[in-house]
Ligand binder design. Structure first.
Ligand SMILES: *[C@@H]1O[C@H](CO)[C@@H](O)[C@H](O)[C@H]1NC(C)=O
Ligand SMILES: *[C@@H]1O[C@H](CO)[C@@H](O)[C@H](O)[C@H]1NC(C)=O
Ligand SMILES: *[C@@H]1O[C@H](CO)[C@@H](O)[C@H](O)[C@H]1NC(C)=O
Ligand SMILES: *[C@@H]1O[C@H](CO)[C@@H](O)[C@H](O)[C@H]1NC(C)=O
Ligand SMILES: *[C@@H]1O[C@H](CO)[C@@H](O)[C@H](O)[C@H]1NC(C)=O
Ligand SMILES: *[C@@H]1O[C@H](CO)[C@@H](O)[C@H](O)[C@H]1NC(C)=O
Ligand SMILES: *[C@@H]1O[C@H](CO)[C@@H](O)[C@H](O)[C@H]1NC(C)=O
Ligand SMILES: *[C@@H]1O[C@H](CO)[C@@H](O)[C@H](O)[C@H]1NC(C)=O
Ligand SMILES: *[C@@H]1O[C@H](CO)[C@@H](O)[C@H](O)[C@H]1NC(C)=O
Ligand SMILES: *[C@@H]1O[C@H](CO)[C@@H](O)[C@H](O)[C@H]1NC(C)=O
Ligand SMILES: *[C@@H]1O[C@H](CO)[C@@H](O)[C@H](O)[C@H]1NC(C)=O
Length: 785
């Protein structure tokens, strides 16, 4: 999640295979025609600030089209809104900051009163029209909405092209109009131009816009073609006036006149009696020509139903690598499962062939929005279900490093996004190596992570790390850091310290794997730096020992460990100049963030029993907000204290109570699918520890889950013997892997790569399975219990 205050907002403004059958064996209906898309509900998380993108997209597609709400439109459409301001072609899903993209919306109306152009409403601020909730349809690859103007808008997409079918009311006597506005959702435009071709009705245009959570600007181009109706006339509009001449219009910003929120564009009208128009909108970051050719190549025939069918088949095929035996499991929980997987496959977006910034044969993905959010669950789920895409994404990260000098931590719309903590692409790269992600240029990847660790950039607000001199000399980021080497927000000293320590641990793992032992020694030492900010004397709510504010002279300061929990000043730790020493969370939370060395953390906190007691209290007391990504791992940390059953129990307290099928069915904004990935991975039961080749074992919420590896084709089966669909018998009694006793409470990625069967027997209470020191997950130090 990224949330920003008004202050920062100001700064920011600058081949068809059907899914396998076993999936649905509802006790009620034996149905042999399982369609996974019946369990994908794109409206989950579209209300109450979830900001999920509800519209039509292909997996990782650039075109993401939907009807845009007039308010709360970060992801375009919000279910808890009342009106629609247009239909636009590109979005980001689940952002916590401002609205993203939404450029060049098209808007249909049934015609101007008396066919008088100046009686139509064009302005963004005035034109919104209500809609009917009752007839709203959202599916993977398809969206349909009935507007109060009597128009039905249907939407589907290909990779770079949005396709709309507008059905006009049959009693319309005026000439139906579709206009394209040169605005974007954040209203960030600085220059733009539109042109309409009188003969064909084609509207083309371009504009310069700002990214929604980053610096710089980007140019975007579109090309709208219409089919299915005869053209009545064409022209342009500016604000609330329109005319048939000229055929082109331009806007610009001069720094004095603010034109960002000013509507201008071009229209095409169709002869009265037109009942339906197909609008095809190609988009491109390269040129108008490429926007047009994208549309022409991808949807030559304007076939709406065929395009929709193709999009839906692509989704079925994508999700088909997972198969579940859902006997006894509610339709709702199945829907949470598949919808979460679907949302994890929306971003990052594949802009290969659309990158104007450099020439390269490598893939280019964008909308890493942000890695701080996605490195904890999204990329782990992508690695499981689509390792080829994960490879392409890692390659694109490395190519960004090649051409821009640093790996990104956040990136959208071709621009550098704001870094929230560490340089977390390091974690993804190390994990990709450990999980055998193929086709990576490891020498360059290694060079990139070393640069993060060693060379501070001038603007570490958007790449790399800040405070590197202190990091190397003192072993922590002092709260009063003196840093003349680069600039960035001088906050989050505690959370940056623990994230940098973990980033360095991941670099150490990679160094070791690549045989670079000197580097390994150097970074594994830095991985212990979290100790330097641990104050054994700070107490809170009866617990002693927390990370604490620390100055460069070694003196401790004070931030209440409860600060920035739901119990105290919850919203005080955002990315603001007046943010505090922990980012979007408390020291209660960050004190648990030592995934590299849980054994030593447990000892430091007073031993196993104290650790388990504190972690239980953390979850049960209301101190933890599960709607932000740093919370994910804490749900499973009981495994490290030798109580894997408590992780399982904790998962069941959050799912389904906080992850369900309602429009507000996720606890925080989705951040490109993070909440969805958390719930889907939790329902599978094997929790991936980011940056490591470790999955913590819990029983799945299903009798059986199969995952087919995308490269080896091998099937990993996780089977729940003694499965209890009422979830009373959730505690693991014992486990076998391929028939052999498996006593450790974790497993490695080779299980997925080579396939096999993990059989879990559950019972009503905790057992001694997975509790002994030798059964616990890897840690730098050894467990002293
Ligand atoms: C089986 O499922 C299909 C698609 O999910 C549905 O259209 C059909 O009505 C179902 N049949 C029965 C007997 O439930
Ligand atoms: C649609 O329903 C949601 C709640 O379910 C409500 O918040 C919203 O206002 C409704 N929108 C319209 C246009 O009725
Ligand atoms: C869309 O792009 C992906 C690459 O991200 C490619 O594999 C796929 O074939 C494309 N789909 C279509 C329909 O062109
Ligand atoms: C205006 O837009 C064009 C592309 O349409 C772009 O090349 C140019 O750099 C932009 N100018 C400014 C000042 O943003
Ligand atoms: C999982 O795969 C095995 C064969 O590898 C098959 O027998 C079983 O039915 C599958 N289970 C599910 C849930 O698809
Ligand atoms: C904790 O406080 C005691 C007494 O005030 C002091 O002697 C000790 O050095 C402190 N320990 C740390 C780690 O600051
Ligand atoms: C250490 O630095 C802090 C912050 O500048 C200051 O408040 C404190 O008095 C200093 N302590 C000592 C012992 O100099
Ligand atoms: C914390 O919350 C209290 C009570 O709402 C408020 O008075 C105080 O200013 C807040 N502190 C910070 C640092 O935001
Ligand atoms: C669904 O999830 C939301 C968000 O976490 C939560 O507020 C709501 O209470 C849940 N609804 C149900 C019925 O559990
Ligand atoms: C696993 O536990 C169940 C129930 O306690 C028991 O019946 C079974 O024999 C055990 N299997 C193994 C391999 O230990
Ligand atoms: C990675 O591949 C190597 C060689 O093919 C194999 O030995 C190893 O087990 C694989 N690792 C994982 C995590 O699958």
């Amino acid at each position: 999640m990224m949330k920003v205050s008004l202050l920062t907002v100001a700064a920011i403004l600058q081949g068809c295979v059907d899914a396998r059958i076993v999936g649905q064996r509802d006790s009620s209906t034996a149905n042999s025609t399982f369609n996974v898309l019946n369990y994908v509900d794109p409206l989950i998380g579209t209300a109450n600030g979830g900001h999920v993108f509800a519209g039509a997209s292909l997996p990782f597609g650039m075109a993401k089209a939907v009807a845009d709400s007039s308010v709360d439109n970060q992801g375009g459409f919000a279910s808890d809104s009342d009106s629609i301001s247009g239909f636009s072609h590109m979005h980001d899903s689940g952002t916590g900051g401002g609205a993203s993209l939404g450029n060049f919306p098209i808007f249909p109306n049934p015609g101007c009163p008396d066919d008088d152009l100046n009686q139509c409403v064009y302005r963004y601020q005035d034109r919104s029209v209500g809609f009917s909730n009752a007839t709203l349809i959202a599916q993977a690859g398809y969206f349909s909405i009935d507007l109060d103007s009597g128009i039905q808008g249907e939407i589907t997409v290909t990779n770079h092209t949005a396709l709309y079918r507008f059905t006009f009311p049959s009693d319309t006597t005026t000439a139906p109009m579709i206009f394209a506005d040169l605005i974007d959702l954040p209203q960030s435009r600085s220059n733009s131009t539109a042109f309409v071709d009188d003969k064909t009705g084609r509207i083309t245009g371009s504009g310069t816009f700002n990214p929604s959570f980053g610096i710089g600007s980007y140019n975007l181009y579109f090309c709208a073609d219409f089919s299915g109706a005869d053209i009545f006339d064409t022209g342009v509009f500016v604000n609330d006036r329109a005319g048939n001449e000229p055929k082109t219009v331009q806007t610009f910003s001069d720094g004095v006149n603010n034109d960002e929120s000013y509507s201008a564009g071009a229209f095409t009208r169709f002869k009265a009696g037109t009942t339906s128009v197909i609008a095809r909108v190609g988009v491109s970051f390269i040129s108008v020509d490429q926007a047009c050719s994208n549309g022409e190549k991808e949807i030559p025939d304007f076939d709406f139903d065929g395009t929709k069918q193709a999009a839906q088949n692509i989704w079925k095929e994508k999700l088909n690598v997972i198969s579940i035996d859902a006997t006894g499991v509610s339709t709702d929980l199945q829907t949470v499962f598949w919808s979460g997987a679907y949302r994890a496959l929306l971003s990052p977006q594949d802009y290969t062939g659309e990158n104007p910034l450099w020439e390269s044969a490598e893939p280019y993905y964008d909308s890493y929005y942000c890695i701080w959010d996605s490195y904890r669950a999204i990329h782990q789920l992508i690695t499981l279900v689509d390792p080829l895409s994960q490879s392409r994404m890692i390659r694109s990260l490395i190519d960004i490093y090649r051409h821009e000098g640093y790996l990104p931590d956040c990136r959208m719309s071709l621009c550098k996004g704001f870094t929230q903590g560490g340089s977390n692409a390091d974690v993804l790269i190390a994990e990709a190596y450990l999980k055998n992600i193929t086709d990576i240029d490891w020498p360059t990847a290694y060079e990139a992570v070393i640069k993060d660790a060693e060379v501070e950039p001038l603007n570490w607000a958007v790449e790399g790390r800040g405070g590197l001199t202190s990091w190397k000399d003192l072993g922590y980021i002092p709260t009063d850091d003196f840093d003349p080497y680069g600039q960035g927000p001088l906050t989050r000293s505690i959370s940056r310290t623990v994230e940098y320590a973990y980033d360095d641990y991941c670099i150490a793992s990679l160094a070791k794997a690549l045989g670079k032992s000197d580097d390994y020694e150097k970074y594994i030492k830095r991985a212990t730096n979290w100790h330097n900010m641990f104050d054994a004397n700070t107490t809170s709510l009866g617990y002693t020992g927390f990370l604490q504010v620390k100055y460069s002279n070694g003196t401790w300061g004070y931030q209440d460990p409860q600060f920035c929990t739901p119990l105290m000043n919850f919203t005080s730790c955002y990315l603001n100049p007046d943010g505090h020493e922990t980012y979007e969370g408390s020291t209660w939370l960050y004190t648990f963030y030592v995934p590299q060395d849980m054994a030593s953390l447990i000892t430091t906190l007073g031993g196993r029993d104290t650790f388990i007691d504190r972690l239980t209290y953390f979850h049960d007391s209301g101190l933890l907000y599960v709607g932000d990504e740093q919370s994910f791992l804490t749900v499973n940390l009981f495994h490290y204290g030798g109580r894997p059953g408590l992780s399982t129990k904790q998962i069941h307290t959050y799912i389904p109570s906080q992850f369900n099928t309602s429009i507000n069915g996720i606890p925080g904004n989705d951040d490109s699918g993070a909440m969805g990935s958390f719930s889907t991975l939790s329902l599978i039961g094997l929790w991936p520890v980011h940056g490591q080749d470790v999955y913590l074992i819990n029983p799945p919420f299903f009798r059986e889950v199969n995952i087919t590896h995308g490269i080896t084709g091998k099937v990993a089966t996780i089977r729940n013997l003694n499965f209890d669909a009422s979830y009373a018998d959730i505690y693991i009694q014992n486990v076998t892997r391929d028939g052999q006793v498996w006593s450790q409470n974790w497993i490695q990625h080779d299980f997925f790569e080579k396939g096999g069967v993990l059989e879990i027997t559950t019972g009503r209470s905790e057992s001694d399975w997975g509790t002994k020191a030798e059964d616990l997950p890897p840690s730098m130090a050894s467990y002293d219990f």
